[in-house]
Design a protein around this ligand. Structure first.
Ligand code: PLP
Length: 383
């Protein structure tokens, strides 16, 4: 049996698949800062490398690791999560019908509402928590892609991946999933029938808020996957070698970081669930969350490091509380080692599904008691 099947995924990640440089025996791969490669004298490119836009050996390291962690046949890294996600839609053809959730990463939702529609895709937004709504929206033969995100920004609704995959496949469509928040530590969507898994690798995979990157994992290398690879090359969307190297370094600690973030997020959610200054805690790990049972089926080891709180007192009280924290960092993004707090409606703007009193929390790896104290005092000092 090959090592990638024999060992636990955390082991594969810690050792970055155990790669050793044949020449130097270095246990950390070098960064290949090259844009071009020498041709053989008989005019061939036997190494497979010809130019830096289609391929780079450094980006192949995190690609091989992520494919192994997700249980996919292939992985491509991209210059950002958006470059990865949009490559999937650009691989469709004008006139194709797409089903996507109403609640999803807002940047991609905006892109689907504007560019994708102008380009000729018919995008239909549905309640991603309702299997019936997804089933009613798919048009057999015309729907080519069902896109889901679970748990989804910024209120953390949960989609049943296996049900969505069955609905998509019965209609002759593929299922693609933004699994940025779950990470392969908690959910491996290909095991539930997903065809393509997308990550903003800017978040947990890299984990140190110092890289912008994206990734797609394909369950199989079929003709659609080849179209995506051609789009990455044609659009020049490959991940740069330094970012790829940093991404691989970050992924070595993915399991430790995600496990820690889950435990702390659970503690934060439990503490603020009955807090007098909090009107509600949105976290799939809480038994009262509407998606808890489905999340428990498809997430193992925890419910993630992301949650939102609704501040009693409304929008002004929420913005004021975010202004009073000192440990939590007031910044957008998620999945880094440092905890972030964000008034989500302010960044998403008109049309956001984020209630105005909502603060989104990305729980990092600090001591959870410190995080709770900091937020407690920020909420308490507003009178
Ligand atoms: C869930 C999710 N998907 C996709 C993206 C887009 O990723 P990137 O910023 O790397 O382009 C983000 C970024 O915030 C995100 O949170």
């Amino acid at each position: 049996m090959d090592d990638s099947k024999r060992h636990h995924k955390a082991t594969l990640a810690a050792q970055a698949l155990g790669w050793i440089d044949e020449t130097t025996k270095a246990i950390v791969p070098p960064v290949y800062f090259t844009s071009t490669y020498i041709r053989d004298t008989d005019n061939q490119y036997r190494t497979g490398y010809s130019y830096g836009r289609p391929h780079n050996p450094t980006s192949e390291h995190p690609e091989a690791l992520l494919a192994a962690l997700e249980g996919g046949d292939a992985c491509l890294t991209f210059a950002s999560g958006m470059a990865a996600a949009t490559a999937v839609f650009l691989a469709l053809k004008p006139g194709d019908h797409v089903v996507a959730p109403k609640i999803m990463y807002w940047g991609l939702r905006n892109w689907l509402q504007t560019h994708a529609s102008e380009w000729g895709l018919a995008v239909e937004f549905v309640d991603g928590t309702s299997n019936d709504a997804i089933a009613a929206a798919v048009q057999p033969g015309r729907t080519k892609l069902v896109w889901i995100e679970t748990p989804a920004n910024p209120t953390w609704p949960v989609t049943d991946i296996a049900a969505a995959a069955a609905i998509a496949h019965a209609a002759g469509a593929r299922l693609a999933i933004d699994s940025t928040v779950a990470t392969p530590v908690l959910t491996r969507p290909i095991e539930f029938g997903a065809d393509i898994v997308m990550h903003s690798a800017t978040k947990y995979l890299n984990g140190h808020s110092d890289v912008v990157a994206g990734a797609l994992v394909g369950a199989r290398e079929d003709e659609f996957w080849e179209r995506i690879a051609v789009i990455r090359t044609g659009n020049g969307a490959i991940l740069g070698p330094l970012e790829a190297w940093l991404l691989l370094r970050g992924m070595r600690t993915l399991y430790l970081r995600v496990e820690r973030a889950c435990r702390s997020a659970e503690a934060v959610a439990a503490h603020f669930a009955d807090h007098p200054r909090v009107a509600g805690v949105l976290y799939p790990g809480l038994a009262g969350h509407p998606g808890h049972a489905v999340a428990a089926r498809q997430m193992s080891g925890g419910f993630g490091g992301m949650l939102s709180i609704r501040v009693a007192g409304g929008e002004a009280a929420a913005i004021a509380a975010a202004a009073r924290v000192s440990l939590w960092k007031r910044a957008t993004s998620l999945g880094g080692v440092e905890s972030l707090i964000e008034h989500r409606a302010s960044i998403e703007g008109p049309g956001t599904p984020a209630p105005p009193d909502l603060l989104r929390l990305s729980v990092g790896i600090e001591d959870s008691a410190d995080l709770i104290d900091d937020l407690d005092q920020a909420l308490a000092s507003g009178n």
